[in-house]
Structures are given as structure tokens and as C-alpha cells.
Design a protein. Structure first.
Length: 247
């Protein structure tokens, strides 16, 4: 499904071609399909643009399968969609209870649209194949993109995939990051803090505003950052009542 080649020097990332349009970033959709579609429409995405997604497509929101299916639809229609893996996809992928039988991935859970399981307690193989292909991070000319962050306290942070999915409260290292900002999700941040980090050209730019937490002041939006001019597009959650799931 994914159309990008693995990076020969680092298997955790991919080679991203030059972009003739605008580069956008969205993080932590968490099953909010209506909100996701509204945001994509709001930025007027074209086939010359590149849209990077920073993981966590599933859990919490109402329709994880629809989110993945919409990504499939965009890719099949030749939009340049570059999704990364998040900790929720990694948890699903690494779950020891998953068994592939007759081309279906079976799991002993009830049907829940916030996950990828269907009424027969199965996950379609195409979803597992998609998750297995997702890269962990991307380095562009002007920034790094990752789900959670990097462990800059170790010698080679770009080889440590666990931190890219799970780390919180990490410290930026300008030398190891080649003085490029790191754009990440994973840990929900107040909208004003996110705006402030963008305005001051901070080296750590969070993009997770906790779209599913629409009942909390300062949260509840899905955000898109324009990497060409660092403008922020805000889409309030328009999905139905949410259901809390995993952390």
C-alpha cells in the first residue's frame, strides 16, 4: 500500500521525494474520522502536496477502521500520504494474542469500532500489513517528524524505536538533531502552548491537542501544521460522543 522506499542507512525511516506543493502534518487522529476528513478538506489538499501523519489512528475515537480506510482511499487516488506508526498501532501489532488464520487476523476481543476488530473478532490482514509497513520517523530538510519524540540522551537516538513511540518529557539536543525542530504528537498539549511553540520557532513542536478530549478546556482539536510557512489549521472535534479506551 505504501509507495515509499525504506532508507538504506536506517530501516526505521523512509526516503521522501521532493515536494512540488505544500507539506502538511497531522497527529493523533484516534478514530475521529469526521474530524479528520473535515481537516483534510479545510487545508485544500492537492496531489502535489504531501501529508504526513504522526501515528495513533486507532483507539479512543468512534471509527478507527474508517480512518485507515480513508488513508487507503487517499493513497489509492494518488495523494501523497506518508503515515508513521504510533504507540497504539505498535501495541496492536505486537500483541501476542493475535493469530493469523486463513488470511484473517483473529483476536479475542469484542467488536469495537475504536479498534480494528470486526464483529467476528477479526482484523483484516490488509490493516495488519499496513501497520507493519509504517516507518518510525522522517527527517526532512527543515525538521524531524516522529510520533512521541527521541531519546537524545543516548549516542544514536535515531536507532532507538521504543522512544519514538513512547517517550514523554524528553530533552532536545541541537547537535544530535542537526539544529532541526522535532514535530511530534503522543502527549496532548494545551492549544495555547502549541501555538506558542510554533510562534517562537521552538525546537520541540507538539501537535497533539487531544482531539478526543473535546470536553476539556484548551483541548479537543485536530491540528494540521503547514511545514512551508508554519501556519496552523485547527479543526474542532465534530465526531459523535467519544468512548475512552486505552492509554
Amino acid at each position: 500500500m505504501l509507495k515509499y522506499k525504506k532508507n538504506k542507512k536506517n530501516s526505521l525511516t523512509i526516503h521522501v521525494p521532493d515536494c512540488k506543493g505544500t507539506r502538511f502534518v497531522i497527529s493523533d487522529i484516534h478514530g475521529c474520522i469526521k474530524t479528520f476528513k473535515a481537516l483534510v478538506e479545510k487545508i485544500n489538499l492537492t496531489k502535489k502536496d504531501q501529508l504526513f501523519l504522526l501515528g495513533d489512528y486507532i483507539d479512543r475515537g468512534k471509527d478507527a477502521r474508517a480512518v485507515i480506510d480513508y488513508i487507503f482511499e487517499l493513497i489509492s487516488n494518488d495523494y501523497q500520504i506518508i503515515p508513521l506508526i504510533g504507540n497504539h498501532e505498535d501495541t496492536l501489532r505486537s500483541n501476542e494474542k493475535i493469530i493469523i488464520t486463513d488470511g484473517e487476523v483473529k483476536y479475542s476481543e469484542n467488536d469495537d469500532k475504536s479498534t480494528l476488530y470486526n464483529a467476528n473478532h477479526e482484523i483484516e490482514k490488509r490493516y495488519i500489513d499496513f501497520i507493519s509497513e509504517l516507518p518510525y520517523f522522517i527527517e526532512l530538510e527543515n525538521c524531524f517528524l516522529v510520533h512521541a519524540g527521541f531519546e537524545f540522551d543516548i549516542e544514536i537516538p535515531f536507532n532507538f524505536s521504543d522512544a519514538m513511540l513512547w517517550i514523554r518529557g524528553w530533552t532536545y539536543d541541537a547537535k544530535k538533531a542537526r539544529n532541526k525542530p522535532v514535530i511530534y504528537g503522543h502527549t496532548p498539549k494545551n492549544l495555547e502552548q502549541i501555538k506558542r511553540n510554533i510562534e517562537i520557532n521552538a525546537k520541540q513542536i507538539p501537535l497533539d491537542n487531544g482531539c478526543v478530549f473535546s470536553d476539556e478546556v484548551g483541548y479537543g482539536n485536530l491540528l494540521c501544521l503547514n511545514l512551508n510557512n508554519y501556519s496552523l489549521t485547527i479543526q474542532p472535534n465534530i465526531d459523535d460522543e467519544i468512548s475512552a479506551n486505552t492509554n
